[in-house]
Design a protein around this ligand. Structure first.
Ligand SMILES: C[S@@+](CC[C@H](N)C(=O)[O-])C[C@H]1O[C@@H](n2cnc3c(N)ncnc32)[C@H](O)[C@@H]1O
Ligand code: SF4
Length: 419
């Protein structure tokens, strides 16, 4: 049987963070149950949907779910009995592998011992905790509702309950962040000893509070993988040089400093025995995120809930992002898809390059040639030579990959190669 990933989106949050562009928000509690009911309908309707897409020749019986990922929003905010209910339903609809990885995204401060116990009882065996930074003033500055004490307490709760596969998220390049601040974050991570670390560089999205503050008209805006974004350090900061680093709207650290943050983290995590397997992800041996690896290696996954994406049978589709509209659409027609496409050969090729380069091991040239019928080095020879001279990509043995400098400037590399 073939492996399949399932993604479940839970959009509810207690506050909307200043940088966040995910399909999430602060919604009335009265929407939770209707949303979960719609989610149930959508999961029950999956076979019908695949048939509608002409994918019935890929029967779900030939797939085994080896990864379930509850992402958000804040999935840890809903009662644990609902997490259990969704997992029960998935077991009814899909076959599951015996060693299934079940990940729950958790916001610090959103759980108590009883809820943590519910999560474990339900079958959650991996948590990903959004700590972001370990300074209370910085957490306030980015609009987070939790404190450092919440992060540490939530971490202990899952550890004490027996979770041995835990990841934490950090964001580098926050307003006013100095190297001393960043080192403090890295030292705290070291003390917590997570099995997995995701370290993202702050992205500034136009339709967020940070977009308003830092992404004034005229700043650089590019499109990568269908997403328009502004990256920290690329853009003229709305804050002036006179702003103090601690003030609201403090300036963003410049590119060179963010590169130093990144390099410092890569070297520290490496020294601690983590393997960097993707631009933003580090894991102890055998602890890579099975779910995220599916995204980067073109493995099938089906997403449920507002804003969820799917990739199955060579098709990609995505759901309506608004919670209210999602519920309405499920009521009306039992699916809430607002975008779908059958990838063309050129799009598949671009995706294989874009996704393959995110992995530190890069793109295996022979496999690529077998799949697409040409040698990457020939078709993209000019761009590769240019990027190689700039120290951003390298050809090592039978692989094409980013250099450590290229990881930091990956969006520029993708633009040069694919646009
Ligand atoms: C799906 S999000 C949210 C998970 C959870 N609700 C939380 O905020 O802790 C997963 C992670 O993406 C990262 N993230 C979200 N927005 C970002 C942005 N604009 N720039 C960089 N990283 C971001 C954060 O580290 C976050 O923990
Ligand atoms: S808690 Fe997470 S999903 Fe919710 S608004 Fe903040 S970053 Fe976005």
């Amino acid at each position: 049987m073939l492996p399949l990933g399932i993604y479940i989106h839970i959009p509810f949050c207690t506050t909307k963070c200043d940088y966040c562009n995910f399909a999430s928000g602060v919604y009335p509690e009265s929407l939770v149950l209707p949303y979960l009911a719609a989610l149930r309908e959508e999961i029950l309707g999956v076979k019908r949907l695949l048939a509608e897409f002409g994918l019935a020749s890929l029967p779900l019986d030939s797939f085994k779910v080896d990864s379930v990922y509850f992402g958000g929003g804040t999935p840890s905010l809903i009662d644990g009995k609902h997490v259990a209910g969704v997992l029960r339903l998935l077991r009814e609809v899909f076959a599951g592998s015996a060693d299934q990885e079940v990940t729950l995204e958790v916001n610090p401060g959103s759980v108590d011992p009883a809820r943590v116990e519910q999560h474990l009882q339900a079958g959650v065996n991996r948590v990903s905790i959004g700590m972001q930074t370990f300074q209370d003033d910085m957490l306030k500055r980015i609009g987070r509702s939790h404190s450092v004490a919440d992060s540490l307490a939530t971490w202990s709760l899952y550890r004490e309950a027996g979770i041995r596969n835990a990841s934490l998220d950090l964001i580098a390049g926050l307003p006013g962040q100095s190297m001393a601040d960043w080192r403090h974050n890295l030292e705290t991570v070291e003390k917590l000893c997570p099995e997995h670390i995701s370290m993202y560089l702050l992205e500034i999205h136009e339709n967020t509070r940070f977009g308003t503050i830092y992404g004034k008209a005229g700043s650089a805006s590019r499109s990568v993988a269908g997403e328009t974004y502004l990256r920290a350090g690329d853009i003229p900061s709305a804050a002036t040089q006179e702003d103090s680093p601690g003030a609201p709207n403090a300036p963003l650290p410049d590119d060179e400093l963010v590169i130093e943050f990144y390099n410092e983290a890569v070297s520290r995590f490496g020294g601690l025995g983590y393997r960097q397997y993707e631009i933003s992800n580090f894991a102890r041996p055998g602890r890579q995120s099975r779910h995220n690896l599916k995204y980067w290696t073109n493995q099938p996954f089906i997403g449920f809930g507002c804003g969820a994406y799917s990739y199955f049978g060579g098709r990609r589709w995505g759901n309506e992002r608004s919670v209210g509209r999602y519920i309405e659409l499920i009521d009306e027609r039992r699916h809430a898809i607002d975008y779908h496409c059958n990838l063309t050969a050129a799009e598949r090729e671009e995706e294989a390059i874009f996704l393959g380069l995110r992995l530190t091991e890069g793109i295996p040239l022979i496999e690529f040639q077998d799949r697409f019928g040409f040698d990457l080095r020939e078709k993209y020879g000019q761009q590769i030579a240019y990027l190689n001279d700039a120290g951003l990509v390298e050809l090592v043995r039978d692989r094409f990959r980013l250099t450590p400098r290229g990881w930091m400037l990956s969006n520029e590399v993708f633009t040069e190669l694919l646009w």
